[in-house]
Design a binder for this molecule. Structure first.
Ligand code: ZN
Length: 326
């Protein structure tokens, strides 16, 4: 990013302050029932116990949702008593990255989504289940856990449409955690309506080189993966809307940690994406604090839910220098 860009970013950090909640009035009707499913991650760099609390608060702040957290057993644990009752919810938010599930649980999940259940995939939930074909169809694209060309092509945006690169290679990479710019690709989609054509997301991992079947997938926004930050040089899909049977899926590749989740751009698209996945429409207004093309915006009260933030925000950037994060 150019120097001027950085100055704008810093101004944004100083000025953003604690933004109000996402704007829409409390729903006078019945709340939308949402399950946040967690319980496993690929490593301690994804602190799901902490991020679940932020994901829950962001939904509750809208006044639209009734949120229940369901925690799965560890992947080598006993699943015989794990009965999540998917059908009681209008959407399931996956803050979960595990290697596999028992077949009967997979089948229940597939029936829930194909029957019209909503699904929201946050960040490393697109790392989960590399060998489960239906799940990979739901997420459209994913990375890591030994995914390669057999998972599907690398999908990226070029000349106004998605392009598939079928050449062999591993799936999933990102550079250091820096702010990056999102470009809206489908401004008429209910999730994106009213958002600016370009806006800056706070420091986060820019997922690149994701691979998958890419079926029934609409790319809502992309981000340029900068070769100067170990990037692909391509415009990578970051926000996606998918269909699986009658089910709607919203997939956001953003959201590595609490600070990333505190970004008003992440928050707004997540809140709207969850409503769309659950109901097929979006009633929430875009908050006045939504970021612009050269100014980031984040909620300090959410960032403070990470103890590392309270011990000094530089920790957030420093951790990004490791190579094993995903
Ligand atoms: Zn991550």
């Amino acid at each position: 990013m150019r120097r001027m860009g950085w100055m704008a970013v810093m101004m944004g950090l100083l000025c953003a302050g604690a933004a109000p909640g996402a704007g829409g009035p409390a729903n006078p009707g019945k709340p939308i029932r949402v399950m946040i499913l967690d319980g496993e991650s690929g490593g301690p760099y994804h602190n799901w116990r902490l991020t679940t609390q932020v994901l829950k608060k962001e939904l509750e702040d809208t006044g639209l949702f009734e949120v229940t957290v369901v925690t799965a057993p560890p992947s080598d644990g006993d699943f015989s008593q794990f009965k999540p009752e998917f059908d009681r919810y209008q959407a399931i938010v996956m803050n979960y990255d595990g290697p596999d599930w028992p077949q009967d649980l997979r089948t229940e999940f597939e029936q829930y989504v194909s029957g019209g259940g909503g699904l929201v995939i946050v960040h490393a939930a697109d790392n989960a289940f590399p060998n489960w074909p239906a799940y990979n169809e739901m997420i459209g694209v994913g990375g890591w856990r030994n995914r390669d060309e057999h998972a599907g092509p690398h999908w990226y945006w070029q000349d106004g449409k998605m392009v598939a690169d079928t050449s062999p290679g591993r799936a999933g990479e990102h550079g250091l955690r820096l702010p990056f710019e999102l470009t809206t690709r489908d401004p008429d989609h209910p999730i994106m309506r009213g958002l600016p054509p370009e806006w800056l997301h706070v420091n986060d991992e820019l997922y690149a080189n994701l691979r998958g079947p890419g079926k029934n997938m609409t790319v809502l926004a992309t981000a340029h993966s900068d070769p100067n930050n170990r990037g692909t040089g391509r415009d990578e899909p970051i926000l996606m809307a998918l269909r699986y049977g009658k089910g709607r899926i919203f997939h956001t590749a953003m959201g590595h940690d609490v600070f990333a989740l505190s970004g008003v751009g992440f928050m707004t698209t997540y809140q709207r994406g969850t409503e769309w996945a659950a109901t097929g429409r979006v009633t929430q207004k875009v908050p006045a604090t939504f970021p612009t093309a050269n100014t980031v915006s984040y909620r300090v009260d959410l960032a403070e839910m990470d103890p590392d933030y309270l011990h000094g925000a530089s920790q957030i950037v420093r951790e990004g220098k490791g190579t094993g994060f995903r």
